[in-house]
Unconditional design. Structure first.
Lengths: 206, 289
């Protein structure tokens, strides 16, 4: 009986291993990057180096739809947290009405954008934020009443800032762009979005 | 059983085209009521409203006019060799257009390569008609307010001949299997300043960007419905959009560089999506918002 159990365990782990193993004939990451570079052309702000995957992008691609080992995930999260640069003046909140405009704007960083286009945050593409905007996506959680529910303690300010700056610090390989770390939004823009979420006077917190 | 021939339907569509402006107004009105509903009512009510709007669109698809133009081009003798495309082999034998796109991309022995529909049409224009590849692929997509390009028209004609056919993208040849495997990797490839892959938006059920639904392409049924409905007439752009364009514009929003027309990555990705959609039924050319 014990032998049988052992045999079943061994068989089960063999199946698991083969499911995880990458087929020796499957395309390598290097060959895919090469193929991608042959298949795209630089235009406007979008250069070919966008196809050189970072460590984070490579690992996250590898594990999409699969369970990631805890150690791998923690390593990515630590690196992401270490990338966060907090505002030098210690001030976290800008102007919530400017923040609302940034949250609405989906332009920026596309090859079709005019040079010098200031990127938006496009927050409504994925999140409910203020109650007035009904055309919101649902890829991310609702942020309605974000500040009202959490308050504006130093800890919450720092956590929210880090979450906008590099969301992989808390949940590696989630879908949210690294608005600070990837240089999508400026520090001033990030402060405005922070105010939209956390300022008690923001429509989000009414 | 169809009660009207393809040609009858196209002519009826020509009469309906004057209603196109009305259709646009309707679209805006329904778009507004759909967005109002999103906040006020449960999600299935919103979905039902959007589905109603989709069904109304079906009643007059201007793509049929584009495909009429395409049929003319297909049968017209042109190019240095003064030949028509009627002898073009789209995979089911020379001259067979019926059902061909439901089985593309596939391996072609004459080129020793896997080709999608648009690659194959260009191949035929070059080899049969003697046309210049660079010239015919220089501007494949029409701009806003422009009439359909020759490529869009030819595509519209060929895909209409697969409407109602079962999707059956082959995985027999080794190169077809390799194209699928690369396409799968490309689907999950995260890159660019936003770290997006195709899977960022297309791997979870019932997700939306703003109010736009995102099919979960990792699941059979939504993968079938999505593949079956491209190429499509985009009402908001007033244009027939091809499968190459669909992939091109997704990558633009992913913040990747510009996808080259007929590039190897595009063919691999279309092969992956096609194989995942096998068993579905083609509805092309479809009509969309």
């Amino acid at each position: 009986m014990r032998n049988m159990k052992r045999f079943l365990l061994a068989a089960a782990s063999a199946v698991l291993l083969s499911a995880c193993a990458i087929s020796p004939d499957g395309p390598s990451n290097e060959s895919i990057t090469k193929l991608m570079k042959q298949s795209f052309a630089e235009r406007g702000v979008a250069k070919l180096d966008r196809l050189d995957q970072s460590e984070l992008q490579r690992v996250c691609s590898e594990y999409t739809g699969k369970e990631m080992p805890k150690a791998v995930k923690e390593k990515l999260e630590q690196a992401a947290l270490a990338s966060v640069r907090y505002p030098a003046d210690g001030k976290y909140l800008g102007d919530f009405s400017r923040g609302e405009r940034i949250a609405q704007s989906g332009v920026g960083m596309q090859f079709s954008d005019a040079p010098g286009t200031v990127a938006g945050g496009n927050c409504y593409a994925c999140h409910q934020i203020s109650k007035q905007e009904l055309a919101y996506g649902n890829i991310g959680p609702s942020l309605y009443n974000y500040g009202k529910l959490r308050g504006d303690s130093e800890a919450i300010l720092k956590y929210t800032w880090a979450r906008l700056y590099n969301a992989h610090a808390f949940n590696a390989c989630n879908s949210m762009p690294r608005f600070g770390a990837a240089g999508i939004l400026t520090e001033a823009q990030m402060k405005d979005v922070m105010a939209l979420l956390l300022d008690p006077k923001s429509p989000v917190n009414q | 059983m169809r009660t009207m021939t393809t040609r009858d339907r196209r002519q009826a569509s020509a009469l309906r085209l004057s209603a196109k402006a009305g259709l646009k107004a309707l679209l805006i009105a329904i778009g507004l009521s759909a967005s109002a509903l999103a906040g006020a009512q449960p999600k299935d009510a919103t979905e039902a409203e959007i589905e109603k709007y989709r069904q109304m669109l079906q009643d007059g698809n201007p793509a049929e006019l584009v495909s009429l133009k395409g049929e003319g081009l297909w049968k017209k003798k042109q190019g240095p060799k003064q030949a028509s495309l009627e002898s073009c082999d789209l995979g089911l034998g020379p001259g067979v257009v019926k059902g061909a796109n439901a089985q593309l991309p596939r391996y072609f022995a004459d080129s020793d390569a896997v080709m999608d529909l648009e690659t194959r049409i260009v191949h035929c224009m070059v080899t049969i008609q003697g046309l210049d590849r660079t010239k015919i692929t220089a501007r494949p997509y029409s701009g806003a307010g422009q009439s359909a390009t020759d490529m869009e028209a030819l595509v519209a004609y060929v895909v209409e001949e697969s409407r109602g056919m079962k999707i059956n993208v082959p995985q027999q040849h080794q190169k077809e299997k390799e194209a699928f495997a690369r396409g799968e990797k490309i689907f999950y490839f995260r890159g660019g300043p936003y770290d997006f892959s195709c899977a960022s938006c297309h791997a979870v059920d019932n997700q939306r960007i703003r109010l736009q639904g995102l099919p979960n392409l990792t699941k059979t049924e939504p993968a079938q419905k999505a593949f079956a409905s491209w190429p499509a007439y985009r009402v908001s752009q007033g244009a027939l959009r091809t499968m190459q364009w669909r992939i091109y514009d997704c990558f633009r929003q992913q913040r990747f560089p510009e996808l080259k027309y007929l590039s190897p990555a595009s063919v691999d990705l279309i092969a992956f999506l096609g194989v995942r959609a096998n068993g579905g039924v083609m509805e092309t050319p479809a009509i969309k918002r």
